[in-house]
Design a protein around this ligand. Structure first.
Ligand code: FSA
Length: 432
């Protein structure tokens, strides 16, 4: 084990998805000296999870070494998460004959082989419309895919907030603002052990164990040797009238791998979130993460909280307009408000980096969300806690190990075209 129940444990990024979940699992397992650090209090404004909603559901099986298999049960039975889980069903759609269709058909076969009866194959637009009456007017010719009646979406920000309340109730300590903003690791005199974190106001938090769970900021704070590439994805909202929102209550979440996705509008604000699907954007900058002997050029998140007037690139906005006119033509032309970018960090193979850092004993990495970790909020921290307790299976230790330069030998990663850099795409920067 890397720690015992009375060890002092600092979690960098404890206001976000992987960090707050780790704190929750440690506190529930009886760890009495856990402190989360973050720029912002939970739900951290820098977390991609600080969002109206995220896709989640019971169809996520076999992801992240199978850690996904229990996630929806946890969403729907754990009192901290239950109020935020919504189960109107979920459509995962693609184009007939595409690589995506082959992949979805394999997923369908697997779910059926597990004996699942909440799954259906939708071979064409008529099949889709049967499950999704709200797509009656949609132009979905040539689409096919998978329907799962269990799951759909989670109220992301509210769920993260709920974890924050629970952490406080369980006695997890906190430091936010400048005293919670990472500056560097504190090392032992021989340089072999991480013994704490120094924050930007000079505060030094000594600890027996440090967990780096800073999401897209992770590779900027500590040199991860190219294992994580931070990218942003975008969203915008349409303000629906109460009548329009009522008409969309209970719709299944609709995801299409070319056009993007949307789900039920917010229950009281009547906001409809819309996202396009694309390879993400980087924001290449010269920085010197801790552990790097010299400045390096890597993608650095641009905090929406710190740049609240940023909009989204014009081409993304156009994609979102295309999604609306294809799927929800009655809403075409409506103002697209609250435009923002969410930052995730991708590994090449789409698996997490959840391991002890081989350079410094006492530093655990918990990052590499790869854009698919919010649906894992109730369970991801249990994996980090298992690592800390020496209980992680050999298979998962192997999957989530320190692995610079390994790439994606099994083709499990995002693949596809490389991301564009924000510097190449107009329309998003709104510095005053
Ligand atoms: O089912 C899911 O986990 C949805 S992932 C949502 C998404 O916006 C991706 O579509 C995108 O490509 C990126 O990975 C961020 O997350």
């Amino acid at each position: 084990a890397l720690a015992s129940r009375d060890s002092s444990i600092i979690i960098v990024g404890g206001g976000g998805t992987m960090g707050s979940s780790t704190a929750l699992h440690l506190a529930r397992r009886g760890y009495t000296n856990v402190r989360i650090l973050d720029v912002y209090e939970n739900p951290s404004l820098n977390s991609a999870g600080n969002d109206l909603n995220k896709i989640a559901g019971a169809d996520a099986v076999g992801l992240f070494g199978g850690a996904s298999d229990d996630a929806w049960v946890a969403w729907t039975t754990d009192p901290v998460f239950m109020p935020y889980a919504h189960s109107p069903g979920k459509l995962e759609l693609t184009s007939i004959g595409s690589a995506g269709a082959k992949h979805l058909r394999e997923k369908y076969d697997k779910l059926i082989s597990l004996g699942r009866s909440d799954i259906a194959w939708l071979a064409n637009e008529d099949d889709i419309r049967q499950r999704a009456p709200h797509l009656a007017q949609a132009d979905i010719k040539g689409w096919c895919g998978l329907y799962c009646s269990t799951g759909g979406w989670v109220a992301a920000r509210d769920a993260l907030n709920s974890v924050g309340y629970e952490l406080r109730r369980l006695g997890v300590k906190t430091a936010f603002g400048t005293a919670g903003t990472f500056k560097e690791l504190i090392l032992s005199d021989d340089g072999k052990r991480c013994i704490g974190v120094k924050c930007i106001d000079g505060t030094e938090w000594n600890a027996d164990l440090v967990v780096l769970a800073a999401g897209a900021w992770s590779p900027v704070l500590v040199d991860l040797k190219g294992q994580c590439t931070s990218k942003c994805w975008v969203y915008a909202h349409i303000q629906l009238t109460p009548e329009e929102a009522d008409a969309m209550r209970g719709i299944p979440t609709m995801y299409n791998d070319t056009y993007g996705f949307f789900m039920e509008p917010h229950p009281t604000l009547n906001l409809l979130k819309l996202c396009n699907e694309f390879p993400g954007y980087t924001n290449l900058q010269k920085v010197q993460p801790f552990g790097s002997p010299k400045p390096i050029t890597i993608s650095v998140p641009r905090s929406h909280a710190a740049n609240p007037s940023d909009t989204i690139p014009t081409e993304s906005l156009d994609d979102i307009k295309r999604l609306v006119s294809k799927c929800l033509p009655h809403l075409a032309g409506r103002p697209l408000i609250n435009q923002a970018m969410c930052w995730c960090t991708d590994t090449d193979d789409g698996q997490w980096v959840v391991c002890e850092d081989p350079r410094w004993k006492g530093l655990v990495l918990a990052t590499g969300d790869s854009g698919h970790t919010f649906k894992m909020l109730p369970v991801v921290g249990g994996q980090v806690a298992d690592l800390i307790e020496g209980k992680l299976s050999e298979e998962r230790r192997q999957l989530w190990r320190w692995r610079p330069g390994v790439g994606d030998p099994l083709g499990t990663g995002r693949g596809g075209p490389p991301p564009k850099d924000l510097s190449q795409v107009p329309g998003w920067r709104h510095d005053s």
